[in-house]
Design a protein around this ligand. Structure first.
Ligand SMILES: C[S@@+](CC[C@H](N)C(=O)[O-])C[C@H]1O[C@@H](n2cnc3c(N)ncnc32)[C@H](O)[C@@H]1O
Length: 222
């Protein structure tokens, strides 16, 4: 049974599911290994936004469902979501880590070594969108978790780099519920609203938003 601190850690968002249901969902989660638990603790202590264990499991499960071997992640921070992907792609799989913050990348590298998945991860420090646009290959999964203002641009960039039947997965698409504001003033909220419209109106994608934690959009390319 997870302890009280676990299920109330700050990487939880709130505002989407009623708190009692959110507590229940988190109480069901089996404990994570030492490395993921350390990252969860660090993220909670230092207010580093990570997807957390409920969404981590979704990422892992999506990759298993389509037998993903190549994952490109935009916005990887200290490597929490990267480790879920790396474990899912297995031996011979590859995950591209990208983050603009060199210190976070160094910290992530240490976690990857400890988790025994360094061999599956390519680390890139710099602009994730620029790096994606330079890619020559197609990916099974593209995971989008960068600054929210950039989401509409990521939408346009990601599609050509995703294989048919591949998944375009995005975190924070309900943005603490701010997507329901009548006249949002924040640029981030406006960008997410535009992004969600693009996802649902695309002829090339079939999209569902899962209202878990801060909202996860899963789109399959046809
Ligand atoms: C929400 S955190 C990522 C959390 C990570 N996906 C996880 O769940 O463990 C967002 C990260 O994206 C990085 N970032 C934001 N915009 C970026 C960009 N254009 N290129 C590279 N990194 C970016 C930030 O430095 C930050 O560490």
């Amino acid at each position: 049974m997870p302890n009280h601190t676990d299920i109330n850690a700050r990487w939880r968002m709130g505002g989407i599911t009623v708190p009692a249901v959110e507590d229940y969902l988190y109480s069901l989660l089996p404990p994570r290994d030492e490395v993921l638990t350390d990252i969860e603790d660090q993220a909670a202590k230092r207010d580093i936004p990570i997807v957390g264990p409920a969404v981590g499991r979704i990422l892992y499960q999506l990759a298993l469902m389509i037998g993903a071997k190549r994952v490109f992640e935009l916005g990887s921070a200290i490597g929490y979501s990267t480790i879920w992907w790396a474990r899912a792609v297995g031996e011979g799989g590859r995950v591209v880590y990208t983050d603009g913050d060199r210190k976070k990348a160094e910290e992530a590298r240490r976690y990857f070594d400890r988790a025994g998945v360094s061999g599956r991860i390519t680390l890139h420090t710099g602009d994730a969108l620029e790096f994606l646009s330079e890619q020559k290959e197609e990916y099974d999964i593209i995971f989008n978790d960068v600054d929210k203002e950039d989401y509409p641009r990521v939408f346009k960039l990601a599609l050509p780099h995703l294989r048919k039947g591949g998944l375009f997965v995005t975190d924070n698409v309900l943005w603490s519920g701010k997507v329901t504001q009548q006249d949002p003033s924040e640029a981030s909220t406006k960008a997410i609203l535009e992004f969600n419209r693009l996802l649902y109106s695309s002829q090339a994608l079939f999209t569902t938003i899962f209202p878990i934690r801060d909202g996860v959009a899963v789109a399959i390319k046809s």
